[in-house]
Design a protein around this ligand. Structure first.
Ligand code: AMP
Length: 294
């Protein structure tokens, strides 16, 4: 594995990798890597010849009162994980490598960036779209891999790539969870033991709705009510059923929809979601309810 930081070093390392028409997979991350990130790397390794991972805590996607300063970091451990997973290039840029002096462009994907997390975190998705466009421009991969965990982010980036005709395929990978159901997140490290236990309500709520969906329930208000019962003692920011394509609210489920939840536990904001569709990757969620108090 080659570790690079500056743009010239990245360019040289990429030139080497691209020999013989190798297909390049790219996994952008903010570091503090876990099994969710590792699964993206494995997907990339499976369908590409070479894999590049970036590790950059992007200041543009954090609001003024968010956790940019205290976002968890562990470069040593991240390098170890990347080496173990067979990454070819680990790119750890400095801020000026990504945003050189004079950088002026912002990318805003209208409509898709406004609801859900966009409403709670104004400017967040503009920061995400801008940095990903920039990283894609510098790495020029054939495929880039994103987690369904951040499904609104994936949806926005897929739209951006389509609208700007960027020559890259955006791949969505399933959510990786702890055995008890909690979706892996670098921010889980902030949780106190009590909040860690309470956080299980998110995946349980999704599991309950998925169970009803699989049993044939298609009324959104009933699915939402079932999920909401599990969230009674959490500070819920939103619980919504949205069309997976338009992110508009849906009243009956006839196409692909996503049930999305965001909640605050102390200082920590957690998100989770499940796709409600015949070919959903989340159909095993109801197993979380086995033995749980309903
Ligand atoms: P982050 O480092 O949090 O910006 O995440 C980098 C990438 O990893 C994003 O595409 C996330 O959606 C993805 N990711 C984060 N957590 C998970 C998870 N639990 N399962 C699958 N992908 C994830």
């Amino acid at each position: 594995m080659i570790r690079v930081s500056t743009r010239p070093d990245l360019r040289d390392a990429l030139a080497n990798l691209r020999k013989n028409d190798a297909k390049l997979g790219f996994v952008p991350t903010m570091g503090f890597l876990h099994e969710g990130h590792a699964s993206l790397i494995r997907h990339a390794r499976h369908s590409c010849d070479r894999v590049v991972v970036s590790l950059f805590v992007n200041p543009k996607q954090f609001g003024p009162n968010e956790d940019l300063e205290r976002y968890p970091r562990d470069a040593e451990r991240d390098q170890e994980l990347c080496r173990r997973e067979g990454v070819d290039i680990l790119w750890m840029p400095r801020t000026e490598d990504v945003y050189p002096p004079g950088f002026r462009t912002e990318i805003h994907v209208q409509g898709l960036s406004d609801p859900l997390c966009g409403q709670m975190r104004p400017g967040h998705f503009t920061g995400v779209a801008t940095v990903v466009a920039r990283l894609l421009g510098l790495v020029r991969p054939d495929r880039a891999y994103f987690g369904q965990k951040d499904f609104q982010q994936w949806r926005i980036l897929a739209q951006m790539v389509e609208d700007l005709a960027l020559p890259v395929e955006i791949v969505r990978c399933p959510i990786v969870r702890e055995p008890d159901g909690l979706a892996l997140s670098s921010r889980n490290t902030y949780l106190s033991p009590e909040d860690r236990a309470r956080a299980l309500s998110l995946s349980r709520a999704l599991a309950r709705a998925m169970s009803a969906y699989l049993a044939g329930e298609r009324q959104t208000d009933r699915l939402l009510a079932m999920a909401r019962r599990h969230l009674a003692d959490l500070d819920v920011e939103y619980l919504e059923l949205r069309d997976l394509d338009s992110l508009q609210a849906v009243s009956t489920l006839d196409t692909h929809a996503v049930l999305a939840v965001a909640a605050r536990l102390g200082q920590t904001r957690l998100i989770d979601n499940a796709i409600l569709a015949p070919d959903s990757p989340d159909t095993d969620l109801p197993r979380l309810l086995e033995g749980a108090f309903l």
